[in-house]
Design a protein around this ligand. Sequence first.
Ligand SMILES: *[C@@H]1O[C@H](CO)[C@@H](O)[C@H](O)[C@H]1NC(C)=O
Ligand SMILES: *[C@@H]1O[C@H](CO)[C@@H](O)[C@H](O)[C@H]1NC(C)=O
Ligand SMILES: CC(=O)N[C@H]1CO[C@H](CO)[C@@H](O)[C@@H]1O
Length: 304
Amino acid sequence: MDFVLFVAVYLSVAVVSISQAQIYAPTFANGTVVARLRSRIIDEASGICASRIHKDVLYTHNDSGDKARIYAISTKTGQRLMTIEIDGASAVDYEDISCGPCDSTSGHCIYVADVGGNSGAVSNTVYKIREPEVDLTHGKGGTFHVPIKSKLEFSWDQHDCETIMVDNKANVYVVSKVNAGQYPKLVRLPHRAWGTKHRVKVDEGVYLSLKATRHDPVGGDISRDGREVLLKTHHHVYYWYVPDGDYYKHMTSQPLQLPYIQEPQGEAVCFDPQATGYYTTSEGRYQPLYYYRRINRSTKSPSS
Ligand SMILES: *[C@@H]1O[C@H](CO)[C@@H](O)[C@H](O)[C@H]1NC(C)=O
Ligand SMILES: *[C@@H]1O[C@H](CO)[C@@H](O)[C@H](O)[C@H]1NC(C)=O
Ligand SMILES: CC(=O)N[C@H]1CO[C@H](CO)[C@@H](O)[C@@H]1O
């Protein structure tokens, strides 16, 4: 009898913890337009990330065709606050940007991914720059020069990609862009590849359980605490909860689908710094910046 009781208790505990993991589904409100991008020259914003230093500031960049530069924009007014030229970088086809720590212990950096294949050859290069601390409120659209802090060149068995994501330990992930019916590959770029003179061949990675419907995915982001992941395709925003930093393990299971208002050419998605919501915007001039607010804060950290 005691044994049966023990088994029953044990099983119910196991069932509860499994189902807690499975039902962990944060809810986000539908998107609202919080601003409209007001800069003429930002006409193909194909990636965004939220500043770790400046409040209500996102960084963005044009798709292929622009110089080696990124832009700081206000989430309140949509204005361009500053142009940041990346000294020492080239620009073949910038497809995504990520804000994260500079290394596993400190600093705020911006990672710019020259990883697209729009012009044929793919550069497969990631640039890391230190996030400027200058007062952006006085930027008024001025230009600021930042040198590359480090550079990473890689090769892999995928053609190209439009997604770069950096976690809270400065691990850099890319997700390959694949055609309809295929599965994108998630790959962690090795730390040792930073600053080397040669291109590093990356063999590892996992395939996501997310079949592309077009040339997908187009962008992604990891929350500042490393526990939540957004991935954007042309038509959807997907979400994974990753409590332990094991992105390979969790992102091979089915994601949750979050609200998304269809945009003309939406390739950009990012969390805000506290992950109390996420932003999307689209390529094209004077596009809206959408914000999707988290409704249920109490489920933010179900396991802690
Ligand atoms: C979200 O907002 C858009 C635009 O306002 C609207 O077209 C859509 O129906 C809304 N979706 C839901 C689920 O409310
Ligand atoms: C928030 O999440 C908790 C736990 O999952 C749930 O019980 C509660 O109903 C949710 N509240 C809202 C407003 O969704
Ligand atoms: C100012 C500038 O260079 N804007 C560019 C942004 O990217 C698009 C897409 O290639 C270019 O057409 C714009 O000239």
